[in-house]
Design a binder for this molecule. Sequence first.
Ligand code: GAL
Length: 394
Amino acid sequence: MTTTRSFGRRASGLAALFGAGALVLSACSGGGAGAPAAGESGAAPAAEGSIKVGVAMPTQTSERWIADGNAVKEGLEKAGYTVDLQFANDDIPTQTQQIDQMITNGAKILVIASIDGTALSSQLDAAGAANIPVVSYDRLIRDNENVDFYVSFDNYKVGVAQAKALLTGLGLTDKDGAKAADAPVGPLNIELFAGSADDNNAGFFFNGAMDTLKPFIDEGTLVVKSGQTSFDQAATLRWSQEAAQKRMEDILTSTYGGGTEPLAGVLSPFDGISRGIITALQGAGYGPSIADGLPIVTGQDAEIASIKLINDGVQQSTIFKDTRLLAAQAVKTVEAIGKGETPEANDTKTYDNGVKVVPSYLLEVQTIFKDNIESDIVGSGYYTADEVAAGVTK
Ligand code: GAL
C-alpha cells in the first residue's frame, strides 16, 4: 500500500527543496536548450534556478487543447517557470511515456490533462514517490491518491447548459429555461451523443443533460427514437468526430429512413462531435442550415470551426469554456504549490476520483448562440470578427 501524504506536507517539502537550490540542477538536467526530442513541442530552455513544470496535454487534433497548452505554458513562463509542454496525439502510451520523461527530466510539478483518466497510475505513483505534486487539468485523473488538485469547469452544469440549449432550440423553453408560450406539443425526435467513456467529464456532461431532458422524455414531448439512451450507447471513444459521424449515419439509416423522417435535435457534448453529426445529417439530406430544417445540434468548447457554423446558422450552440481563464487558474494553482501554500479551492466535495475527493477550482461556463457571438466571443477578445467569419484562427 502506498503511504498517504497530505498535500500540505508534500507542498512544504517542495518549498524546502526549492529553497535548497536543487532546482538549478533539475532545471538544467533535461530537455534544455538542445534539439527537442521527437514529439516534443516546447521544452523551453531552462532559466537558471527556475522550477520546471511538466504540462501534458492530450492532443493537438482539437484546437482547444492547443490553446490550453499554449496558454498554460505562456502563463507559467511569465511567472518565471520553465515549461516542458507535450501533446500526446490521443495515444495513451505516448502520454504515459511523456510523463515518465518529464519526471526523469526533473519536472517538479506536473499539470496533466489525461487521455484516459484511469491509465496514469504508474506515472502518478512515480510522481508521488518523488514528491512531485500533480494538478489534474480539466479532466480528473482517477484511481490514484497522488492527485493534489483539480482545475476545471463545472462539468455537471455544462451538461445542463447543453440540454437547455437543445430545449430552447426545439422551441420548448425560452433562454431562461421557462416553458415557451408557443411550445410544440411534440413528440419531437431527438438523438443523444456522449463523450469518451474514459474521460471522467463525459459522465458529468451526460448526467447534467439527461437530468434536464428527462421530464420532457418522461412526458413524451421528446422521444429518443433509436432507443439509445444509455451513456454506454451514446458514448464516443476519444471524442472522435469520425466515430460520431459514423454513429449518426448508422442511426439515420436504422431509424430515420436514411434521412427522410423527422429528426428535431441532437444532443452533442463537444464541437468536434457536433461537426461529425452535422456532416452526417447534411449528407442524408437535412438542412443545410437550421432555417432549412437541419436538426438542432449543440456543442462545447467554442472551437473556431463551430463558432463559424453557429454564425452561419448551421450548428445551434456551443458551451464556451474560456481556456484563458482555465490556464490562468492552473498557473495560480502551480504558483501556490510552488510557494508551499494550499491552492484556492471552491469545491471540495464533488470530484471523488475513486480514492479521494480532490480539491477543485471550478469555473463557470457560458452558452453561445448566434446572437451572442459578437458580444461574448468577439467582445471578450477570444476570437476576432474576421476569425469568426473565416472559421480559422490566425
Ligand atoms: C473534455 C473537455 C471538453 C472537451 C472534450 C474533448 O474533457 O472537458 O471540454 O474538450 O474533452 O476534447
